[in-house]
Design a protein around this ligand. Structure first.
Ligand SMILES: Nc1nc2c(ncn2[C@@H]2O[C@H](COP(=O)(O)OP(=O)(O)OP(=O)(O)O)[C@@H](O)[C@H]2O)c(=O)[nH]1
Length: 553
């Protein structure tokens, strides 16, 4: 995978991990913690309502104490009087006390006074309160052996009820009976508690299932808490307190969470882009540049120089090291190239004459490029006459000097683009492209004459002649050249032999005519004579009458 792709992948993984981590933290720690705080708040509210009920019971109880330990009430129980009734036992009086019921029992548990507000309706319909003679087992007498205020179940609704023995104002006994005050736990009461606590709730009688308070989150905006209040005289029924409340805190927290997540998303995205471009600029781009330069350096023949990154860090140092390494490699490469060229040149050069050698000729003839030049080609074969005698008479050293001098004569008489090769011993081959027979005749005569006129040897006191044979043909295609170049040279060699056989110090040229096909060239000297007669070869020579030339081997 490319470095840039890896970097992008890394950034995506980082971003996903960041977002995942934030989501995990918010939904695992933050929001559950907020819910726990809300739950605690609800339970506190339920406790506040229960506390308000207890306060109300306490208030009623104080009223019972106030009235129960009043001498007038004490006397009234002993001897009921109209005065007491007319001045105290009035509905207005109990309404002023904010109670709905007053009951006075005498010592024999006979109800001597029952007073209630209109909303209580008929007391005879309420089992707990009906009757005028209460037995010892009456719930209100049984229950209050230990407690003096509690909430009771009645058919009319829950009743907050308090009892106090009727005593003298000095609280001395024995008790002359009991005084009961009660308040109905109705809507009016719950609304009063709601407004004083600033807490909306409802209270209703339900069948008892559990007394455990519970909190339920209906949705992100609404929660519902349920609490229970036991009744003194019922095991089946309880007062259920319902608080349905909005969730402003949670709502705000959710909004804050959403905004925070959006902020983390945007900042995370920006951070990813920023780190991506920064890492790309600081690390990836220089590495790609170095890699491209290294690739170019490896592939390119010219070994281009590494451009150094001007940076004051490890990448800059790496770039400098690369450039130095490349420079050294380049130097080594150039030196090796030079050595290879020198070796190649040496392997293609004749040490004595400094001309190209036979190996070079063969490699050249095998190359397709050589044969790209179509048209007339002439191949010359040159040889010094009676060279053996020079060696024999003057020694090999002088023979070498003569060969060097002759090679200079050759190069001076050919064009620069002609390929002059010492093909072996004192024999030379010259390949001339774009050279027809007529031109070849001139060259051959010019060379023959130049050799004849030159003085050879260390002391320039030797006269030597040369014989020249050449073959001119039309090169139509590279394939033909590649395939038949050896037989072409052979024809040129045969022309040289003909020159030798016909007196030396002369030249014999053979030009390919109609019927002189590639691959069917003459292979022996007598064939040449036949081909000339058949007009497949055109002969050219300075001999007075070429027709009289000898073609036998
Ligand atoms: N000094 C010297 N002589 C060489 C060299 N190569 C070949 N020769 C000699 O060239 C001579 C060639 O002799 P031949 O092939 O008989 O030919 P020639 O004497 O020139 O006679 P024709 O070619 O028939 O005119 C031999 O004596 C070889 O030893 C060389 O590098 N240096």
């Amino acid at each position: 995978m490319k470095l840039t792709k890896k970097l992008i992948l890394g950034e995506i993984i980082f971003f996903l991990l960041l977002m995942g981590g934030v989501f995990f933290a918010v939904f695992t720690f933050v929001l559950p913690e907020i819910r726990a705080i809300e739950r605690q708040g609800h339970l506190k509210n339920l406790a506040k309502i229960e506390h308000a009920f207890q306060n109300e019971l306490e208030r009623i109880k104080i009223a019972t104490i106030d009235w129960g330990e009043w001498d007038d009430t004490y006397e009234y129980v002993v001897k009921p009087s109209r005065d007491y009734e007319e001045s105290n036992l009035l509905v207005d009086s109990i309404e002023d006390l904010k109670v709905d019921l007053l009951i006075i029992l005498n010592r024999d548990h006979q109800v001597i006074s029952k007073l209630h507000t209109e909303k209580m309706g008929s007391l005879e319909r309420i089992n707990l309160l009906k009757g005028q003679n209460w037995s010892h087992s009456h719930p209100l007498l049984q229950y209050f052996s230990d407690n003096d205020s509690a909430i009771f179940f009645t058919e009319k609704g829950p009743l907050l009820l308090a009892r106090h023995p009727i005593l003298t104002s000095q609280s001395t006994g024995p008790a002359n009976g009991y005084l009961f005050f009660a308040r109905l736990l109705d809507n009016e009461f719950t609304e009063h508690v709601s407004s004083s606590l600033e807490l909306g709730f409802t209270a209703s009688l339900v069948d008892k299932t559990t007394l455990q308070p519970s909190v339920e989150f209906i949705n992100d905006d609404l929660s519902h808490a349920v609490g229970y209040q036991q009744l003194a005289n019922s095991v089946d029924k309880v007062i259920q307190l319902d608080i349905e409340q909005p969730r402003p805190f949670y709502h705000q927290a959710m909004n804050a969470t959403k905004i925070s997540l959006l902020a983390v998303f945007i900042i995370g995205l920006m951070a990813c882009f920023a780190t991506y471009f920064m890492l790309k600029k600081i690390l990836v781009n220089p590495i790609i540049l170095l890699q491209k330069q290294a690739e170019l350096f490896t592939k390119s023949e010219g070994k281009p120089a590494f451009s150094v990154l001007q940076r004051d860090d490890e990448i800059g140092a790496l770039s400098t090291s690369f450039a130095e390494m490349a420079k050294e490699l380049s130097n080594d490469f150039n030196r090796l190239e030079q050595e290879r060229d020198e070796l190649e040149n040496a392997s293609h050069t004749d040490a004595l004459t400094n001309l190209k050698n036979r190996r070079y000729l063969e490699e050249l003839m095998h190359s397709e490029d050589t044969w790209k030049a179509k048209g007339d080609w002439t191949i010359f074969t040159l040889d010094l006459d009676h060279f053996k005698k020079v060696n024999d008479s003057y020694g090999h050293d002088v023979g070498d000097v003569v060969l060097q001098q002759f090679s200079k004569v050759i190069t001076q008489n050919f064009r620069e683009q002609d390929i002059v090769v010492r093909s072996g011993g004192e024999e030379f081959t010259v390949i001339c492209r774009q050279t027809d027979q007529q031109t070849a005749n001139s060259i051959a005569e010019r060379l023959r004459l130049a050799t004849e006129m030159k003085t050879f040897g260390k002391d320039n006191n030797l006269r030597i002649t040369c014989s020249i044979g050449f073959f001119t043909m039309n090169i139509m295609s590279a394939e033909a050249g590649l395939k038949y170049w050896q037989s072409m040279i052979k024809v040129s060699d045969l022309a040289l032999y003909a020159a030798k056989h016909n007196g030396r110090n002369t030249w014999v040229g053979l030009n390919c005519l109609m019927g002189c096909e590639h691959g069917t060239y003459p292979k022996e000297l007598p064939d040449i004579g036949t081909w000339i007669k058949e007009r497949k070869l055109q002969l050219s020579s300075p001999k007075a009458n070429p027709e009289e030339m000898i073609w036998s081997a």
